[in-house]
Design a protein. Structure first.
Length: 199
């Protein structure tokens, strides 16, 4: 559609807005996300998640809340471009610095196919629209990874409240998210824009 904003323009705008978020505001949002995350899964569920960095909403409390409720939390291990490998999160002390400014577990690296064990996948996003179209940073790691997930997996984009938008540009390889998790709105089902309870 003529005049539609490109993914590049969306990324530039959102990253600029995130850079203006104060540490105090980020902390409040992270606490709210941790509270919501604690209610996402049952005991013994496998959850693929990530460590928020570089202004992404949330912090390690999200992961700790999942663990405290009995979930097995797997985090991505970034290698060469391709599907993500995974490793088990065992607390902050299990993390090490990795490429792209990320933090990854120093525990055993598991193959990309491990993503098929997950009942829930928390997916980092710059924005997601009400149809479920996700805007990532453009490296394509998740696009290459999510195809191996179970068809019934719950895909949840974690964004700030103003990053849940009406419409984003979509490409054929994009996998739509089923849910958005925001600090102010909690878990919201996408595709029909109805707020739902995570319980």
């Amino acid at each position: 559609m003529p005049g539609e904003r490109t993914k590049y323009a969306w990324r530039r705008e959102i990253l600029a807005t995130r850079a203006q978020v104060s540490p105090a505001e980020h902390a409040v949002e992270a606490a709210a996300l941790a509270t919501s995350t604690a209610r996402l899964t049952g005991v013994d569920d496998v959850v693929c998640a990530y460590v928020p960095v570089r202004g992404e909403p949330g912090d390690l409390r999200m992961l700790d809340a999942l663990c405290e409720h009995g979930a097995t939390v797997l985090l991505p291990v970034t290698g060469e471009p391709g599907p993500l490998s995974w490793a088990r999160y065992e607390g902050a002390d299990s993390l090490r610095k990795a490429r792209y400014g990320l933090l990854e577990p120093a525990t055993e690296t598991l193959p990309p196919a491990t993503v098929a064990e997950a009942a829930t996948i928390l997916v980092p996003a710059l924005a997601v629209d009400r149809r479920g179209v996700r805007l990532g940073r453009g490296a394509g790691y998740y696009d290459r990874t999510l195809g191996a997930a179970r068809a019934e997996v719950r895909l949840i984009a974690v964004v700030r409240d103003n990053e849940l938008v009406d419409r984003l540009p979509e490409e054929p390889h994009d996998r739509r998210m089923g849910w958005a998790l925001t600090p102010g709105g909690g878990l919201r089902q996408l595709g029909r824009d109805l707020p739902v309870s995570p319980e």
